[in-house]
Design a protein around this ligand. Structure first.
Ligand SMILES: [Zn+2]
Length: 261
């Protein structure tokens, strides 16, 4: 049987004219799209007949063309940039918030998080303090996954069902803790579309980079050529596993001036 396949897009902070980003190093800015670039991508999707879905909607895998739209980190531009554009087009999306960053400069306030929820967007959880989860002790994992969930639930007043891994890093313990905490899904940043056959605790997502040409964006949304990115990504992850997260990051930062948001 052929499954309906949906590509999940992963966005971060957006660049708004005159507004300072929460971080400025090149490895961070690489993942930041100017708001006008985001708008042209959403318009492209709309013109091509796609519907923008939240994670809850997407994991029912309705027949397409559909696209799942997600944001990580919980920057203020989720509300003052992305939400405005998404609403104009009638698109849904899931915003994964870093619970401990709420009310810090550049991030959503608790009130803004509630507003995002009340205007029909889905709130997910992106940990408490944004560490690499695969590096943590069991006690730390509970704080980052369970406590973060409860914190966000207190703010919005209902269950938070979806989790995304900071920096895309996870291991078996991470997924088990998330499952036991009551999350229905966990999203990472592996390059594959998802279908009813995908493990709900290993949903792939494609990170949107600021220099992505619109033509390539279209191909990604149509699930074309993701295998090439997947191959490059496997090579990178292989190196990561051999070296460990910390050494890998130091090397990467030294070579590229990079940081993984
Ligand atoms: Zn993040």
């Amino acid at each position: 049987m052929a499954f309906s396949r949906i590509v999940f897009l992963m966005y971060h902070e957006l660049e708004l004219p005159g507004r300072k980003l929460v971080q400025s190093e090149p490895g961070y800015v690489r993942y930041i799209l100017p708001v006008e670039t985001f708008r042209s991508q959403m318009q492209w999707l709309n013109n091509a007949g796609f519907r923008g879905l939240s994670v809850s909607e997407a994991i029912r895998y309705p027949q397409g063309p559909n696209i799942c739209i997600t944001f990580d980190d919980g920057c203020e531009t989720d509300l003052i940039g992305a939400a405005l554009i998404l609403r104009e087009l009638g698109f849904r999306a899931t915003f994964y918030l870093t619970a401990g960053f709420l009310d810090s400069p550049g991030y959503l306030s608790a009130d803004q998080a509630r507003e995002l929820d009340s205007i029909g967007f889905e709130i997910g959880c992106h940990s408490m303090t944004h560490p690499y989860l695969s590096d943590l002790s069991d006690v730390e994992l509970v704080r980052e996954i369970v406590d973060a969930k409860l914190h966000l639930e207190q703010i919005v007043g209902h269950a938070i069902e979806h989790f995304s891994c900071p920096g895309g890093r996870y291991d078996r313990r991470t997924l088990e803790t998330a499952r036991r905490a009551g999350f229905r899904t966990v999203a990472n940043s592996e390059f594959h579309a998802n279908s009813a056959a995908t493990n709900s605790y290993q949903l792939g997502r494609v990170a949107m980079l600021r220099d992505l040409p619109l033509g390539e964006f279209g191909a990604i949304c149509r699930n074309r050529g993701l295998w090439k990115k997947r191959l490059q990504d496997r090579t990178r992850r292989g190196v990561q596993q051999v070296l460990g997260n910390q050494i890998y990051d130091r090397l990467r930062a030294a070579v590229l001036g990079e940081h993984q948001p």
